[in-house]
Design a protein around this ligand. Structure first.
Ligand code: SAH
Ligand code: MG
Length: 212
């Protein structure tokens, strides 16, 4: 019987294996000067699972980086599905676009370049979304939540990454601390009467909210 060095390796190898393309994305991106801040394979598989579980056809992402999370999400869509990601950094957008092409997803996955605060106006025309994944600048999570609450269908999901605030969300954070916005985000979704919310404590935590 095969043995594994630890439980985390067992869990990851069995439930979140990456194909060659996914394996290469972040090493390749780092070589091109991008930061290594994508979701983990476990979180990627969870995003895929969540999108599949609600039969998602249309997904919006805030923050593409190199397209790692986007590929997990877009792979959960049918051929007629639609995936839009909003990315402020032109270099990140370019790398992402190439990776979607390599994944054979250019037909359904689209990168829009600019500040998400501005791009949401155009994205609103494609609403309602089945799933909105928030993973761009942390200070803006409450703004992106406002958009998601208005543009996610009933029975859809709003998901946010890094919601443990890099391990500090439970501490007293002063006004200028960017992580405070994550605290605000969690407080709002936890107490929102139109949502059922929970934390999936993998990676830097995913906060998931089901729209009632
Ligand atoms: N979702 C990706 C990681 C995203 S990292 C993955 O897990 O694979 C966060 C990304 O958000 C970075 O690429 C950054 O350039 C982008 N970003 C930061 N501020 C933004 C803004 N205001 N609008 C759109 N994108 C933004
Ligand atoms: Mg993240």
């Amino acid at each position: 019987m095969k043995t594994y060095p630890d439980l985390d390796t067992y869990r990851k190898e069995l439930f979140a294996p990456e194909d060659d393309l996914l394996k290469e994305i972040m090493p390749d991106a780092v070589e091109q000067g991008l930061p290594r801040i994508s979701v983990s394979p476990e979180s990627g598989k969870m995003l895929y699972f969540l999108a599949k579980s609600i039969g998602a056809r249309k997904i919006l992402e805030f923050g593409a980086l190199a397209g790692y999370s986007g590929i997990w999400l877009a792979r959960a869509l049918p051929d007629t599905g639609r995936f839009i990601t909003l990315e402020i950094h032109p270099k990140h957008a370019e790398v992402t676009r190439k990776n979607y092409e390599a994944a054979g997803l250019s037909g359904i996955a689209e990168v829009r370049v600019g500040d998400a605060h501005t791009l949401v106006t155009g994205a609103a025309a494609e609403a309602p979304f089945d799933l909105v994944f928030i993973d761009a600048d942390k200070e803006s999570y409450p703004d992106y939540l406002d958009f998601a609450l208005e543009h996610t269908r009933q029975g859809g999901l709003i998901v946010a990454d890094n919601t443990n605030g890099f391990g500090h969300v439970h501490e007293a954070l002063d006004e200028s601390d960017g992580r405070r916005a994550i605290r605000v985000y969690n407080d709002r979704v936890a107490n929102h009467s139109g949502l059922v919310s929970n934390i999936i404590p993998i990676g830097g935590w995913l906060t998931v909210s089901l729209v009632l």
